[in-house]
Design a protein around this ligand. Structure first.
Ligand code: MD3
Ligand code: FE
Length: 226
């Protein structure tokens, strides 16, 4: 891990609870997962979400699989819902492959409820933000990267959130097949994607990057039945 962390201080500011697993999926594993994602996208097409209030479109396109999916629009803002916003259909089921990855990495006794699929073209980025639309922050978030490498940035722990964006951040590259597990203190850290490095992977024929985030949304004791 240290070898892939850029900058002077390789652990300073790195939130506790973040586990970086470079090369978690080998090439055949990446291809198998990509085939699952292609099937999901066929049923639940990628769309470009809009930011709350301003209605400004994100540069990343998205879809989901699993019982719940993360969405945003101008009127209703960030939330989880059971239906795709343009097709009005339920999200496709969580592929077994993804449930297995969660079991291997999450160290959490309940299954994931949402897999957000982000697609980045060469120009796309994601500003610093926290993931706090979930009810259950005790569950980790598990992220998998496919395709072109990106420059990922993460800050320290901001207990109350929102007010300390000036704090130190560290940046490192996420390449195809890399996994990150965000547990404990790192679960509420600010993070974002500053840029994509075009042409760094041959996995996606037309280039770009896919990020999958596996998430628990509801508290297990109040879980929706699937
Ligand atoms: C740190 N996605 O979908 S993945 C997101 O590469 C998101 O598409 C980025 O941020 C991407 O919300 C980053 C790594 C990641 C995911 C969730 C986190 C880092 C996180 C949740 C809390 C802290
Ligand atoms: Fe996020």
């Amino acid at each position: 891990m240290a070898a892939q962390v850029e900058g002077q201080a390789q652990t300073d500011g790195l939130p506790k609870g973040l586990r970086f697993v470079p090369g978690y999926l080998d090439r055949p594993g990446q291809e198998k997962l990509l085939a699952c994602i292609r099937e999901v996208v066929r049923e639940a097409p990628l769309y470009t979400p809009a930011m709350p209030r301003t209605g400004k479109k994100m540069s990343v396109s998205m879809t989901n699989c699993g019982p719940l999916g993360w969405v945003t629009d101008k009127e209703r803002g960030y939330r989880y819902q059971a239906m795709h916003p343009s097709t009005g259909r339920h999200w496709p089921a969580m592929p077994a492959e993804l449930r297995h990855i969660w079991e291997e990495l999450a160290d959490y006794p309940h299954p994931p409820e949402a897999c957000l699929i982000n697609f980045y073209d060469d120009m796309a980025k994601m500003g610093l933000h926290q993931d706090r639309d979930e009810e259950d922050f005790d569950a980790p978030v598990v992220s998998l990267s496919l395709g072109d490498t990106c420059l990922f940035r993460i800050g320290g722990l901001f207990r109350t959130g929102g007010k300390q964006r000036g704090g130190k951040t560290i940046s490192f590259r996420l390449a195809s097949g890399d996994a990150i597990v965000l547990a404990g203190a790192s679960r509420l850290a600010h993070h974002g994607v500053d840029k994509i490095y075009p042409g760094t992977s041959t996995l996606l024929k037309n280039g770009g990057r896919i990020n999958l985030t596996l998430r628990r949304v509801t508290r297990p004791d109040r879980a929706l039945s699937a």
